[in-house]
Design a protein around this ligand. Sequence first.
Ligand code: AHG
Ligand code: MN
Ligand code: MN
Length: 280
Amino acid sequence: MNEILKAIKLAAPKIADALKYADKGYATSENQTGDRQLKLDILSDEIIFNELKKCQSIKAIISEEREGADEINPNGKYIVAYDPLDGSSLVDVNFSVGSIFGIYEGEAIASNLKAAVYTIYGARLELVSALENEAVKLYQLGKDGEFGFVKEIALSQKGKLNATGATQKGWSETHAKLVRALFNEGYRLRYSGAMVADLHQILLKGGGLFSYPATTDAPNGKLRLLFEVLPFALIYERAGGEGVAANGTRLLDIKVNSFHQTSPCYFGSKYEINEVKNSL
Ligand code: AHG
Ligand code: MN
Ligand code: MN
């Protein structure tokens, strides 16, 4: 596990650098989910893949930007699934974006998720980890090139922020009512459109709700289980919050049938997730 964390720590500054200086334009290709790829999506994927493939403990690697799993070491213990550049459609407007990693032992299914890590490329380069049997920890890249520990992250019982995505005209009545009820209670809208940045804000501001619901045009939502939804579900649970699907079931209990499977998702502190369950 330490080896994998080290590989992530080597890849992240290279991606932060690429975001500053490399070509921000589109490539001519699409990924597995049909998203148009930026050259930076492909470059970030290569940077991470090249570091992860050196790890003896990794059996296979799954990426948002690759079709199948890449087998690395037949005797490796872990499968690492990652989103190399989350929020990449916001690179052109210079918003914060990130990378997300899920570390699975054995098969890549929810119950095997052992650890999750994300990095966020903003004014600072930060890394948040939820390793096996550990609290959620925030690190920051220092001038010396090392990630220094900043603090542990824990959610309050109730927050103040409401971050909800997807096309509003495609929302269900249930979702629209939930969002409206939170605003009526005094919650404030905070949504950039990069889930790493939006979930990071809620974690560091003590709580709130992030939702990416089902819509009429995307009944299974948009966010992908193995490298977006499940890693954040683990991090939110470890921080004292919860992550649930549209029917209120725990995200970490969802059956994963394919690498690029998506699910509607709700992440938050205890109070807001109870509101989600009560709204059903
Ligand atoms: P990615 O850039 O990896 O494709 O992911 C983008 C995701 C996520 O970061 C964000 O919450 C969501 O897409 C935004 O989608 P909408 O623009 O539909 O709100
Ligand atoms: Mn993403
Ligand atoms: Mn991505």
